[in-house]
Write a protein that binds this ligand. Structure first.
Ligand code: CP3
Length: 349
């Protein structure tokens, strides 16, 4: 568990208190993908600016990160960036294609390809530190959440060359050339770890490691081929920033929840397929939980949505700490006014 840094204005924020399993004045709430296409002001700010260029422009990053905080009154900002930003920063040729996701020009599939992945050093991302500093100054007592993609999820994009339904090439490398697989993941762990540390060093007060696609793995494969690398990222971070809580999140990870929690975090992210009650039980009541409203329910009639939000808040009270969130990201066609109403309801309860 982290020890509080009392000199920070965010140290007594509801998010930090919940992450440290301390009593909260209200349940903290934020949403994955809260900055993005559901907001008209986001679409306006992004007009004519490619995604990766937006991520590397501090004034734009600051504006877009603050938009959902202003509009919804959420308890945290999440840094506007992408899991592939540090990969581009080390020199990989990749793009984020609208409606598709990250696409890599030359997939990473051989030992020679590893040479195109040097370690990430802070001088490769001075703009990231600058964006974080600008944001922390604007946010005052509201925490900024920094993030990175976990080695497996990053590896999947690199090996497949883009988004994948079955992750077949990734699994083929994992099982067919375990040494190459582990060497690739070790590089990615360095890159993810350095990216998190740049953000925390510039003032982010919480971090989240996204292993979005870990749910495609069996527990045995997760433990053997993936967990040691995520563990290294999380442990290295805790050593450098002992006061900054770590959230570990994946999708479809019911079978992996215990292992993902034990990989090293204060808060375990729970997707909507597992109840918070089951998540608390599976993790022995030792971790704060984050989640887990199904983002599709934001399209349901208010009465049905309200009932579900109330149930989740009630379940969360049985956890040692609860951060209200969705079970995955905000869908682009979500009505932002519904999100604001959910924040108000969670704060009222
Ligand atoms: O508000 C936030 O959550 C902060 C910003 C954020 C983005 N990407 C912005 C973004 C975060 C935390 C991410 C992480 C990310 N990126 C993950 C892990 C989280 C998850 O959703 O599981 C993954 C897998 C990616 C890879 C990626 N980048 C995808 C799948 C996409 C969407 C492709 C699409 O167009 O549907 C992106 C692009 C992206 N990242 C957008 C945003 C706001 C959309 C870009 C746009 O506006 O055109």
């Amino acid at each position: 568990m982290t020890s509080p840094d009392l000199s920070s204005p965010t140290s007594t924020s509801p998010l930090l208190l919940a992450a440290r399993q301390q009593p909260v004045p209200r349940t903290p709430v934020w949403f994955m993908r809260q900055a993005g296409r559901s907001l008209p002001e986001y679409r306006k700010a992004r007009e004519g600016v490619p995604m990766l260029e937006a991520c590397r422009t501090p004034e734009l990053v600051t504006e877009i990160t603050l938009q959902p905080v202003r509009r919804h009154g959420v308890d945290a900002a999440i840094f506007f960036s992408d899991i592939v930003v540090p990969l581009q920063a080390v020199g990989l040729d990749l793009d984020i294609v609208p409606g598709v996701g990250p696409v890599v020009a030359e997939p990473v599939r051989t030992r020679a390809d590893l040479d195109r992945l040097p370690p990430l050093t802070p001088d490769m991302v001075p703009d990231i530190a600058e964006s974080v500093r600008l944001l922390v100054a604007e946010l005052g007592p509201t925490p900024l959440i920094g993030f990175a993609g976990a080695p497996f999820t990053l590896a999947s994009y690199l090996v497949e060359g883009g988004p994948s339904k079955n992750h077949e090439r990734t699994k083929a490398m994992m099982h067919g050339d375990p040494q190459l697989w582990h060497d690739l993941c070790a590089r990615l762990a360095q890159i993810a770890g350095a990216f998190l540390q740049v953000q925390a060093g510039a003032g982010a007060s919480v971090v989240q490691l996204f292993d979005s696609w870990a749910g495609f793995l069996s527990r045995a494969d997760y433990l053997r081929y993936v967990e040691p690398h995520s563990r290294r990222v999380l442990a290295g971070f805790a050593e450098a920033f002992p006061a900054v809580p770590r959230i570990h999140f994946g999708v479809g990870t019911g079978e992996l929840l215990t292992s993902m929690a034990e990989a090293g975090c204060e808060v375990i992210g729970v997707d909507y397929r597992v109840s918070l009650t089951d998540a608390v039980e599976r993790t022995g009541g030792r971790y704060a939980v984050q989640g887990n409203l199904d983002p599709a329910l934001l399209f349901a009639p208010w009465e049905a949505l309200e009932r579900r939000v109330r149930e989740i808040v009630a379940e969360g009270r049985r956890a040692p700490g609860h951060v209200f969130n969705l079970g995955h990201g905000v869908l682009p066609s979500t009505d932002p006014e519904v999100l604001t109403r959910v924040v108000e309801l969670v704060h009222e309860l």
